[in-house]
Design a protein around this ligand. Structure first.
Ligand code: NAP
Length: 471
């Protein structure tokens, strides 16, 4: 492990926080705490930082990824240390962190996918979109995943921005793909893909779609793919029409207008297409035999009804149809994973908290906080985490000022680094990450790509270690 060298002695009495998870919410929180004089150690299960910015944001959205420059500035601040490759529960326990830190912040995101709970969900060819995203983004856990892209039609279930991302990735032209930081294995497979049509399936109507206007609009600028919407799918029921008229945001209205424009334009002449279909819920994923590969999906037509406590909901009409397809990607949202010993809201998939303070039924977990998706659920864009982090940081700083943070028994900075080094000798420091980063960028540059990602843990660790021998 290389030295993390940014811990200056004038801070040696300052409270120490550990943030678990090096994604956007973790970094935004780190920045706030460092500015208030708190020392911050950041752990991540991967050797690399940036969470969903590296492994979630679509490769053809480099502008969104540019936020890492902000995080790099945070990492340069006095009092910050990074320990990559250390996983809570596997390498260190919650109790061991509480022995060493005044403040423990869980910024773990929401790494599990929701389940449809329908027959055929686990057939070969039916995948969680989260797996597909991790695969094309070069997440080491997904490096060996395989997706059969030999069918002409794929169905993406869900109407959020992740569904739009995966649909778009399936139809990008090789020239659009080849300039991205998508994993090499994904570029190769997507270039050879036979998929020509991607059906995006929403269980509710166009007025309730979760995707946002810029993402929907982007679909009309793809090199080889067009968008199709059946005008009959856009006929609004009375409840949705009233909602659109009286309650929808301007962006929601623009999304509805854009869908009408797509419908008016008629069938696309492009070689590839994304077909948006609404008011249909999957009932069964069909396939060969009981466990054979996907051949299609049986869907039921829904109508929109207001339901007490749930708002405008999809209610099945009983009319069913079959959509033939060889690939199904289920993009119906993420959920957080529980942490041993902390109170978990199973319904929402988040850790119980008030304002980021972990608590349940009036019981405070002193010194323990949450931020990001594990705090509020999987919603919002990256920038949403900035405000969310500011709220958690403000709770933390208020508690620090009131003397309501944890009192660790081990406070020595060197001991903490030695503890990690003993547990995970290969843990990657910020200097190690910079070595990985420089290597990936320089490999990408001759090909006009932002980087070529290393997708194997062993390769990442070797590259991080390279700094040890050269410095
Ligand atoms: P999301 O926005 O919550 O969308 C989930 C979709 O799944 C909704 O359309 C939902 O329909 C549908 N769904 C849920 N359960 C279903 C079921 N049983 N059957 C059929 N459909 C079902 O989640 P997401 O797409 O995973 O995105 C997560 C967050 O990341 C969002 O805030 C998103 O905006 C953000 N994100 C942003 C970008 C970007 O800025 N470019 C890119 C990717 C993700 P209902 O509405 O009917 O529940």
């Amino acid at each position: 492990m290389t030295a993390n060298s940014s811990d200056s002695s004038d801070r040696s009495c300052a409270p120490r926080a550990v943030i678990i998870g090096a994604g956007p919410s973790g970094f935004f929180t780190a920045d706030q705490l460092l500015a208030a004089g708190v020392r911050v150690d950041m752990l991540d299960a991967l050797p690399t930082p940036f969470g969903l910015v590296r492994a979630g944001v679509a490769p053809d959205h480099p502008n969104i990824k540019a936020v890492t420059r902000v995080f790099e500035k945070t990492a340069k601040k006095d009092g910050f240390r990074f320990f990559g490759g250390i996983m809570l529960g596997r390498d260190v326990t919650r109790a061991e962190l509480l022995e060493r830190y005044n403040i423990v912040v869980y910024a773990l995101g929401a790494s599990d996918d929701n389940r449809l709970g329908i027959p055929g969900e686990d057939r070969p060819g039916s995948h969680a979109a989260t797996h597909f995203v991790a695969w094309y983004n070069g997440h080491p856990d997904a490096a060996d995943y395989e997706f059969d892209l030999s069918a002409r039609r794929a169905v993406v279930i869900g109407n959020g921005n992740v569904a739009i991302d995966v649909a778009r990735m399936l139809v990008l032209h090789p020239d659009e793909l080849s300039v991205t930081d998508a994993a090499d294995h994904a570029i190769k497979a997507l270039t050879e893909s036979q998929v020509r049509e991607v059906v995006l399936l929403g269980r509710r109507g166009p007025a309730q779609a979760a995707f946002t206007h810029p993402e929907l609009s982007e679909l009309s600028h793809l090199v080889r793919a067009g968008v199709e919407v059946d005008a009959s799918d856009l006929e609004l029921d009375e409840h949705s029409a009233r909602w659109l008229e009286e309650e929808a945001t301007p962006t929601g209205r623009r999304t509805s207008e854009l869908l009408r424009e797509y419908a008016t334009a008629g069938p696309t002449q492009a070689s590839h297409r994304i077909v948006l279909r609404f008011l249909r819920s999957p009932v069964e994923i069909l396939g060969e035999g009981q466990h054979g590969p996907v051949t299609g999906i049986r869907v039921v037509r829904n109508e929109i009804q207001p339901i007490e406590g749930r708002g405008l909901s999809a209610v099945p009409t009983g009319d069913e149809e079959i959509i033939e397809a060889g690939l199904v990607l289920r993009s119906i949202g993420y959920r957080g994973r529980p942490i041993d010993g902390l109170p978990f809201d199973n319904r929402r998939g988040v850790i119980h908290n008030i304002g980021g303070r972990v608590c349940e039924d009036g019981h405070r977990y002193l010194g323990e906080y949450v931020v990001g998706w594990i705090k509020r659920g999987p919603s919002g864009i990256i920038g949403t985490n900035k405000k969310d982090a500011a709220d958690t940081a403000s709770s933390i700083l208020e508690d620090r000022d009131d003397g309501l943070i944890n009192a660790p028994t081990i406070v020595d900075t060197g001991e903490i680094a030695a503890f990690y080094a003993e547990r995970v000798p290969d843990a990657v420091t910020w200097v190690g990450w910079q070595s990985i980063d420089a290597h990936e960028r320089s490999s990408g540059e001759p090909h006009g790509r932002p980087r070529i990602k290393l997708v194997r843990i062993a390769e990442l660790l070797t590259r991080a270690r390279a700094i040890n021998t050269s410095s």
